[in-house]
Structures are given as C-alpha cells and as structure tokens.
Design a protein around this ligand. Sequence first.
Ligand code: GLN
Length: 289
Amino acid sequence: MSNKIPDSPKKLLQYITSAIKLEESPEEITSIAHLIMEHIFGIDKTEIIVDRSINANKVQAKELNKFIERLNNHEPVQYIIGEADFYGRKFKVNPGVLIPRNETEELVHLIIKENTGKKIKFLDIGTGTGCIPITILKELKGSRAFAIDIDPRVIKTARQNAELHQVQVEFMLIDILNESIPQHGLDVIVSNPPYVTETDKKEMKSNVLKHEPARALFVEDADPLLFYRRIAELAKNALKEEGALYFEINEKYGEDIQALLEAMEYSNVQVIKDLNGKNRIVRASNSIN
Ligand code: GLN
C-alpha cells in the first residue's frame, strides 16, 4: 500500500474497507473502518457523511498501514486501538484481558434493572477489564464493589479503568478454585467465567483464538461447569440471605446450570436469553423460602 492517503473522508473510508481482508460482513468491516478513522484521523461518522476535504500527514499514513497489517493478521481492532466500548463507556483493553462482549452488557443491564434505586454491595468474579463493577457503580450510585481476578496484570488494567471512570473498586487477587473469598453479606455476586469448551473452540474465529487470553475463555470438556459449581458454593456463604447470583453462561448449559443451582438450594432460578435468542444469563436467589 502506498503512503498516499485519499483527500476526503468518504474516499478514505473506501480505501480502508477495501484494504481490510477479513472474513467479516461488509457492515462489520465498515464499523472497524469507522473506529480506525476516529482513532488515527479523528474523523467521526458525521464527518464522513459531511465529507469535507482532509489532509493526512505521513505519520498518520504510516500508522494506517500498520493498523491494516495488524487487522489482516486477525488482531482484534479493540487491541489495536487499545480500547473497547461497553454500556456506553470506553474501557482500556490489552491482550491480557478479554474484550468486553455485548452479551455481558445484557448481564450488567439485568443487574442494574433489578436493583434500580438501591445501593448494593456486590462482587464480580473474574473481572478482566473491570467493565462489570465499574458500570454498575456508575449506574447504581453509592454502591460498593469488590472484584476478583487470578492475574495481577489483569487487576492492573482493571484498576486503570476504575481510575479512568473515577470509581472505587476493591480489587483482590484470588484464585477462587483454590482459595475462598473474605466477603459476607453481599447483595449480589456476578460472574462471566470461562465457559468455552474445547469442542466449542472449533467454531471460534481466529481473532479470538490467536489473540484473546485463553485463561478467560476456555474450560475443559470434562467439567464445563467447574466455575459455576465453585462460585455457587462460595456464594452460599458470601451472599446475604436474600442475595442474588448472576452468571453469564454458555448457551448449551442453561438447563444444566439451572439444575445445579436448584440442587444447591438456590431459589427462583431463571435462564434468560440474549438478543440473539440464545440462553445466556442465569439468575438465582440465595435462599429457599
Ligand atoms: N462470549 C465469549 C465468547 O464467545 C466467551 C466469554 C467467556 O468464556 N466467559 O467469545
């Protein structure tokens, strides 16, 4: 590719979309191109429509070529620009943390909806970017957040995000499979644990497989509910009596997770579908009464 950048936003958009060689829909490629244009050239969607002439410099031209090369190597655009959108806010991301997903916005939205007007004391297990506790603190003002991760580098990124959004999260470095958690009397425990099995792996795209942290995604075929069982066990003591548990789940295991939680004497266990019509959230109350 040459270093000559088109002199109008529309032509630049075309130039970028045709340089991206990924097996994605045209809509997806256009939305990636929008993110790049915003990031490198500061050109937003409206400016593309208005289409006033632009004057790109050499540094921008070089950066664009580098970006396109990385994209074509299946690197997720969010890692290249270093941020991802979640529930209307921007979060710092890097290859050490999972990129926040739309499904997780739905999980967070359910918690916000069911607790509107309340100040909750809650815990997020496997926090990654910290997008779950930070968003809940922003929306349910006066709440108190705890968040756990197994990786100190992940906690560093989550802390940066908490600072960026000016909220106070109490981060803890804990390996929940081998350690317990110190909290009691929590209103809510939420988790989006690893739930992609080795079998599911075959259907995953190379941007996820090659670049996102395996530890945040995968669980062994032999025990796909490992994290759910352990978290539900810890939550029995950490939640207050009327407390609630919210999980993001693998669409294949809605019924199994429901049965697991019912066997552990959780009540009002509901499996909720995501916008794509797939079982994606399980919500349960701690006590049976
Ligand atoms: N939804 C994610 C994906 O399919 C998986 C998230 C997770 O394992 N917790 O990439």
